[in-house]
Design a protein around this ligand. Structure first.
Ligand SMILES: NC(=O)C1=CN([C@@H]2O[C@H](COP(=O)(O)OP(=O)(O)OC[C@H]3O[C@@H](n4cnc5c(N)ncnc54)[C@H](OP(=O)(O)O)[C@@H]3O)[C@@H](O)[C@H]2O)C=CC1
Ligand SMILES: O=C(O)[C@@H]1CCC=N1
Length: 286
């Protein structure tokens, strides 16, 4: 557990840092929102660039007051922390264009699915500190759950710096890098599985005769309440489920249908397949 004094000095040191974002998509928007909400650094110390979408950069700049820097060399020169937030398919091209520009004293943080810190370091061509992370889109409202791990040349201080950044958008778990693909399949992609389930529950409510807005509210509040119950009571989900399931009642009838469609196996397979896909995305570079 870090002492209050250590946390304060970390926050003070962080406050002087410049953060450059390579990529300006949805994840970056969420991170910048969290950084500014929590006043980690002022907007004048945040630089953004992308490949070509100038309108997008302007929108982010107008919304947050962050600085647009189209020149990659200048973007990197200014950075104490460089956040790589491009899609895996764009990594090779992007890293090639960064080769020779990143310095040893800079901290590189990647949010890219599947791509290892070793690979990034090879491509960047410098023995710099790299932290690999996997947040999720709930970061937009400060409720991401983020897994992160440090690469070969990153130390505890680098990890603490990255944690400080991502705690602005939710909770953070430091894990071995081998587990990052699992985090990607579970909590990185996870919100999509929940939305998929919500879509289905809502559809059922409407088909059965509810107004769409009522079906939406009931479904969403049910999901929120169930998640909050788990956090508040710390009870096992199976136990909470059993408490709802009266013998021969409605829940039993519903669960029997889910079982007949192998619901749990489907969800397990989905998470495992997404994990495997994360590994595939990384392996294509090896
Ligand atoms: N979306 C999600 O739920 C999550 C995504 N991630 C990871 O975060 C990363 C970004 O995802 P997301 O924000 O959704 O993606 P987006 O498609 O929204 O954004 C990607 C950004 O990368 C930019 N870009 C592409 N190539 C280059 C390049 N060569 N140089 C500079 N910028 C470039 C794009 O610019 P332009 O628009 O101009 O082409 C765009 O701004 C991905 O690797 C993804 O795996 C991690 C956790 C959750
Ligand atoms: O689908 C993807 O590849 C990204 C990674 C985690 C969430 N979205």
């Amino acid at each position: 557990m870090e002492s209050k004094k250590t946390m304060l000095s970390l926050a003070q040191a962080f406050h002087t840092k410049t953060i450059s974002f390579l990529g300006a998509g949805s994840v970056v928007e969420a991170i910048i929102g969290g950084v500014l909400r929590n006043e980690l650094v002022p907007a004048s110390q945040i630089y953004i660039t992308n490949r070509s979408d100038q309108e997008r950069l302007q929108t982010l700049s107008n919304t947050f007051g962050v600085q647009i820097e189209r020149d990659k060399k200048a973007l990197i020169e200014k950075a104490d922390i460089l956040v790589l937030a491009i899609k895996p398919k764009d990594v090779a091209e992007a890293c090639q264009s960064l080769r020779g520009l990143v310095r040893k004293d800079q901290l590189v943080i990647s949010v890219i699915a599947g791509v290892s810190t070793d690979f990034l370091r090879e491509w960047l061509g410098v023995e710099c500190a790299i932290i690999r992370t996997m947040p999720n889109t709930s970061s937009a409202i400060g409720l991401s759950t983020t897994g992160m791990s440090r690469g070969r040349f990153a130390d505890e201080e680098d990890l603490a710096t990255a944690k400080h950044l991502f705690e602005a958008i939710g909770s953070v778990y430091a894990l071995p890098e081998e587990e990052l693909d699992i985090i990607t399949g579970l909590s990185g992609s996870g919100p999509a599985y929940i939305y998929y389930m919500i879509e289905a529950m809502e559809k059922a409510g409407v088909e059965a005769g509810l107004k769409p807005e009522i079906a939406r509210r009931l479904t969403v509040e049910t999901v929120l309440g169930a998640a909050q119950m788990l956090l508040t009571t710390n009870a096992e989900p199976a136990l909470l489920r059993k408490k709802i399931t009266s013998p021969n009642g409605t829940t039993q009838a519903g669960i029997e249908v889910l079982d007949s469609f192998s619901f749990q196996e489907a969800v397990v397979s989905a998470v495992l397949r997404a994990t495997e896909r994360s590994r595939e995305l990384g392996a294509q570079f090896n």
